[in-house]
Design a protein around this ligand. Structure first.
Ligand code: SF4
Length: 281
């Protein structure tokens, strides 16, 4: 494995207006979490934020919308955003993360310049009903298959630390191996008093072990530590690379703040890694 670290940034372009009941998610209206909620950002604002991420060496830029999945209006909006960003910054790889999606909807996004689609399995098939009751794990798996079938790169991973067992983690990893995504976002649960899950983060040794297990199951896949990095690993957050991660999200997450991108970059370079300049593994 090379010493390249891949940086990705995410933009919550429609926030906090979701009727699903995912227990880990502050964007579900059912949990009444105190977050910023808005229908959609302006395309100009999104473009400025994408330009800033690109200046901070992000090679992937993810356009996220809250909600169970795509509809015609959302396809049109994400497509307009993608087209505008791609025209201004052709080097930036665009990822869409808009929930459950059909083959036709994914084809439309691809035409507009989207190259990757993120749809996490979140947790094991067996544990999923404890986390969400408004849609099924099978719906999620099918969307992942749809993504691959239209020739988009699949980004799919999950969230750890929601009360799942060791067997659930193994089962999730097996499902991810079956899907063979290009990149696997690894999130660690970020506790929030409004959410119906215990207010605790995963033990740091367990979290490192999860990264190690994912790496040994998927030796060539991009492993991206995303939400929960700072709160779970704290001062040891850059040790994630020793355990097999080779990508992180820079800047803010969907509803929580992240490190300054410049701090992450400095820490990566100080440890002898280089920053990737394109998505090729
Ligand atoms: S579907 Fe997505 S936005 Fe909605 S509650 Fe679940 S994770 Fe959050």
């Amino acid at each position: 494995m090379s010493n390249k670290i891949y940086l990705c940034a995410i933009n919550n372009i429609q926030s906090g207006t979701c009727n699903e009941d995912c227990k880990f998610c502050t964007q579900s209206v059912k949990h009444k979490a105190n977050i910023q909620r808005y229908r959609s950002k302006s395309i100009d604002e999104i473009l400025k934020e994408a330009q800033l991420a690109y200046q901070h060496k992000a090679i992937g830029y993810c356009l996220v919308t809250a909600g169970a999945g795509l509809d015609d209006k959302k396809v049109e909006f994400v497509s307009q955003v993608a087209y505008t960003i791609k025209k201004a910054i052709p080097q930036l790889s665009l990822i869409a993360c808009n929930g459950i999606a059909s083959i036709e909807q994914l084809k439309e996004l691809k035409k507009a310049g989207i190259e990757h689609y993120n749809h996490n399995l979140e947790t094991s098939k067996e544990f999923y009903h404890n986390i969400c009751t408004t849609h099924s794990w099978d719906d999620r798996f099918q969307t992942c298959l749809n993504i691959k079938s239209v020739g988009l790169n699949l980004c799919s991973g999950g969230i750890f630390g929601m009360g799942e067992s060791i067997d659930d983690r193994k089962s999730l990893i097996n499902s991810l191996v079956e899907l063979d995504p290009m990149s696997v976002p690894i999130n660690f649960f970020h506790p929030n008093k409004a959410l119906p899950l215990p207010y605790e983060t995963l033990d740091i040794a367990v979290a490192f072990d999860i990264i190690k297990n994912l790496r040994s199951a998927m030796p060539k896949t991009m492993l991206m530590v995303a939400g929960g990095r700072e709160i779970t690993f704290q001062k040891q957050q850059y040790d994630i690379f020793k355990y097999g991660a080779n990508s992180i999200v820079i800047g803010d997450y969907l509803t929580t703040s992240g490190n300054l991108a410049s701090l992450d970059i400095q820490n990566i370079l100080d440890r002898g890694y280089t920053i990737a300049t394109n998505c090729k593994i």
